[in-house]
Ligand binder design. Structure first.
Ligand code: BG6
Length: 502
């Protein structure tokens, strides 16, 4: 749809609309959505017609909500938490004046009638709520007639993760939602897709002629996808203990990284072309038998340890976590993609909490050069490796062998490195900016489709089922690189994980 640009804003300002945020007092709204909106507002991407309408069960009106958001934003941005931006109270006041509030229960039809009385024109309903409300809210919005686009406007629904907790529940949720809206109105958010470095994967692969001819089983030995965190469950024990590392991270974030790195070139950058290619490659991930799933996975849970010199208590001691919890805080998987391009190339995925370093990266490990010219070289020969560093160091590194200076013909590995921070002044960002902007402008390029989500659940389901029967969870010390069983997963193939934080 051609968006009508908003009067009085930058040339690329999103069209006028109301962002209705369900879960206005929630953590996501405070920590990520509002800081992202503030960043968009400062850079002129939200125009005069932009409004926020918070919905939650607290009382206190708009003033209460503004105060609640203001306090956090000041600490976040004032302390340079949002990538070094400084807090501009005048701009925040301008944005805060656009914030309104409606107190109501997500399950109360009266709340939707009240919403209907105050809401006019285009709107995005952002479901920043616990997942059990997703279907309910969409259905109630639908019943109240709030999802029908009126003339000249639009009505869209943005839904956070986790989208379902297995294939069956994801399908049920998709079916329930799609009774009330078209697929074109649904924006399933995966915040990894908003990260600059993740979006860069397409540019790197398809705007350079050097990589694509090598991006296949002829040249690549294997691929590693890592999302390692130093944080523990951070007050989210009640949610996390039911969900675990696999459900929390793998079918969403890690599978989107896998899709970006493994997809076929789309025939355009059009949203539907990209979504189709992402879904196609995810659907090609081999479905493992129960025995294969056990063999090709390792689960771990952290016990006490220390991270960066500070003691960290065991996961089981965290608030709202069962004292005998068997929930995994770490998972490693070995997957295969059954396509002409990737047959025989293992994809190793790992993610975990309370690890030695925060490190999200993709490692493309190339095969060793053939021949034996440098066989007798003193230093061990190291096959080329491309590391895409997604966060917190944003950049990439290609390791190559060069001749060791001196009389002898021996080689030594060196790194060709690029860091975003050296080349660009990246604007303050939480990663939600492009996603919020896209929902408002109607661009679904970075948005997950029902097919992507269902194919992801289908591929991880064998692991969930196998673990339900054989629940081995290995311990690892907080501050380590994860359980030894995860190292064995690669060691038995003669490989090793790329060191965290390197
Ligand atoms: C969220 C998970 O989706 O992603 C969290 O629920 C995790 O458990 C977070 O910490 C990681 O995101 P980021 O952007 O901090 O790497």
């Amino acid at each position: 749809m051609a968006a009508t640009r908003t009067k009085g804003a930058g040339p690329d300002a999103a069209p006028a609309c109301t962002l209705v945020v369900f879960g206005a007092y929630g953590d996501l709204t405070r920590r990520l959505l509002v800081p992202a909106l503030y960043n968009l507002f400062r850079q002129g991407s939200l125009g005069e017609g932009f409004r926020i309408l918070g919905v939650d069960h607290h009382s206190g009106g708009a003033t209460g909500l503004r105060r609640h958001l203001n306090a956090f934003l000041r600490t976040l941005i004032g302390a340079g938490g949002s990538e070094g931006a400084t807090f501009d109270p005048t701009r925040w006041e301008e944005l805060a004046r656009r914030i309104d509030y409606l107190s109501g229960d997500f399950e109360d039809p009266g709340a939707y009638e009240a919403l209907g009385r105050v809401l006019t024109g285009p709107a995005v309903f952002y479901l920043a709520t616990p997942p059990q409300f997703f279907g309910e809210i969409v259905e109630r919005l639908g019943r109240a007639g709030l999802l029908r686009a009126d003339a000249g406007g639009f009505r869209r629904v943005a839904i956070e993760k986790p989208f379902g907790h297995d294939l069956g529940s994801a399908r049920t949720l998709n079916r329930r939602i799609l009774k009330w809206v078209d697929e074109g109105q649904v924006y399933r958010i995966d915040h990894f897709m908003g990260k600059e470095t993740v979006r860069n994967i397409l540019a790197l692969r398809f705007s350079n002629a050097v990589f694509e001819p090598l991006w296949n089983r002829q040249a690549i030995d294997h691929i590693q996808i890592t999302a390692a965190e130093t944080v523990g469950v951070e007050g989210r024990g009640a949610y996390y203990d039911r969900v675990g590392a696999l459900r929390d991270m793998v079918p969403s974030h890690l599978f989107e990284l896998l899709a970006m790195v493994a997809m076929e070139p789309p025939n355009s950058l059009d949203a539907e072309a990209l979504r189709a290619e992402r879904a196609r490659v995810i659907a090609a991930v081999e479905i493992q038998s129960a025995a294969e799933a056990l063999l090709n996975s390792a689960r771990g849970q952290y016990h006490a340890g220390s991270i960066e010199g500070s003691p960290v208590a065991a996961y089981r001691r965290a608030a709202q976590v069962a004292v005998r919890s068997r929930t995994e805080t770490y998972v490693a998987l070995k997957l295969s993609i059954d396509t002409w391009r990737w047959a025989g190339v293992p994809f190793y995925l790992r993610t975990g909490k309370a690890l030695a370093a925060r490190d999200t990266e993709i490692v493309i490990q190339f095969k060793a050069a053939p021949g034996s010219l440098f066989r007798d070289t003193a230093a061990p020969r190291s096959p080329n490796r491309l590391v895409l560093q997604l966060q917190p160091q944003e950049g990439m590194e290609l390791s190559v062998d060069i001749k060791q200076p001196g009389a002898e013909d021996s080689v030594t590995p060196v790194k060709l490195a690029f860091r975003y921070a050296d080349a660009f002044a990246l604007p303050a960002a939480t990663g939600y900016e492009p996603l919020l902007y896209d929902v408002m402008t109607g661009d679904r390029t970075l948005i997950r489709s029902a097919a992507e989500i269902e194919a992801s659940w289908r591929a991880v389901e064998p692991f969930l089922k196998a673990w339900a029967k054989d629940g081995r969870v290995h311990g690892y010390a907080a501050g380590s690189a994860g359980p030894r069983a995860a190292d064995s997963l690669l060691a038995r193939d003669g490989r090793a994980w790329h060191q965290l934080g390197k």
